[in-house]
Design a protein around this ligand. Structure first.
Ligand code: NAP
Ligand code: GLV
Length: 313
């Protein structure tokens, strides 16, 4: 027999996040639910809202029905020992897809239209035209065609770039040439000049942007990494830029965050960096989604965004 909503116990354990506005929003969305910030030794809750919780939290809250991660990526969460019967639910868009589409479109267009070059010209008082580039010379490959990757691929298709997409299972997306699985990975790379990474970080995808994959991209390649830093082998990117095969990169995520002082990416003239901000968790949208899903689970209904721990995403 499911608990009535007002009897639900919710614990909040989000490292580096101000708890008060989340508690207020969750209380407003789930009137009567008992919602509090987790403390060691706190009683067992029914549901948890988490970001990077400590292992002690998992060990103590072993009877949770579901854990709601306030991000799309669950790589950090899945490194912990999780209770076997607890559902892990990740954020499913909640306002992130449009942000990611904006960010990646901006990075592609900035590179393609050479706005970085014009900015440099402005700084030196130079009025100089650059030869228009052909879109057909800039096919874009989007790795990962999930909630975020599909939205990004469709946004880029609006600008008439040739779009390739790569995923584990077969897809049919208007305007996207879809490649599937490891068998078609090399073909996908060879068909792409701009590489956009929107894969989850799993044992299968770690280090996926490396010496070999970069070499398979079309000459004058451009890399946009907005997924996780551990997808990219930093020194392989630097060497590929030095060789001239890769023209540059826009990077939002790094192996160590914040990016350590002195790292070569900080001052590289061909690399643009941002501080893991391409698609931020939006509190209101996220609370609304989490509250809706908790209520659905309480009623015994299915919800989207359930993570398969064996698959890693
Ligand atoms: P998602 O919906 O789970 O989509 C993941 C996609 O990757 C799916 O299309 C999946 O294929 C594909 N994939 C997974 N493993 C693969 C493999 N081994 N080979 C080929 N394709 C594979 O995830 P999402 O919501 O789009 O988010 C993607 C990632 O973006 C997150 O995991 C997170 O790391 C990152 N992210 C970054 C930021 C930021 O601010 N920088 C913000 C949010 C998210 P199938 O469709 O066949 O399953
Ligand atoms: C951010 O990186 C997320 O995974 O939501």
């Amino acid at each position: 027999m499911p608990l009535p909503l007002h009897a639900m116990k919710i614990t909040f354990c989000c490292t580096g996040t101000k708890a008060e506005p989340w508690l207020q929003g969750l209380s407003a969305a789930l009137p009567g639910a008992d919602i509090s910030v987790w403390q060691p030794g706190a009683p067992q809750a029914d549901y948890a809202v988490v970001w990077a919780p400590p292992q002690q939290f998992m060990d103590e809250q072993a009877g949770l029905k579901a854990l709601f991660n306030i991000g799309a990526g669950v790589d950090a969460l899945l490194k912990l020992r999780l209770p076997p019967d607890t559902l892990v639910v990740r954020l499913d868009d909640a306002g992130m897809a449009v942000q990611m589409a904006e960010y990646v479109s901006h990075a592609v267009i900035r590179h393609f239209r050479e706005f970085d070059g014009y900015e440099a010209d402005m700084a030196t008082g130079r009025w100089g035209y650059r030869k228009p580039r052909l879109r057909s010379d800039y096919p874009i490959g989007v790795m990962g065609l999930g909630v975020l990757g599909e939205r990004v691929a469709k946004a880029l298709a609006q600008f008439d770039f040739p779009i390739n997409g790569w995923s584990r299972s077969a897809k049919a997306i208007d305007g996207v040439r879809a490649f599937t699985g490891t068998e078609q990975f090399n073909e996908f790379l060879a068909a792409s000049r701009v590489l956009v990474n929107l894969l989850p970080l799993t044992p299968d995808t770690a280090d996926v942007i490396n010496k070999e994959t970069l070499a398979r991209l079309q000459p004058g390649a451009y890399v946009i990494n907005v997924a996780r830093g551990a997808h990219l082998v930093d020194e392989d990117l630097l060497a590929a830029i030095d060789s001239g095969h890769v023209a540059g990169a826009t990077l939002d995520v790094f192996r160590t965050e914040p990016l350590p002082a002195g790292h070569a990416f900080w001052n590289h003239p061909r690399i643009t960096i941002t501080p893991h901000t391409s698609a931020r968790t939006l509190r209101e949208e996220s609370i609304a989604q989490i509250a809706r899903k908790m209520a659905a689970l309480q009623r015994g209904e299915a919800v989207a965004g359930i993570v398969n721990p064996a698959r890693g995403y």
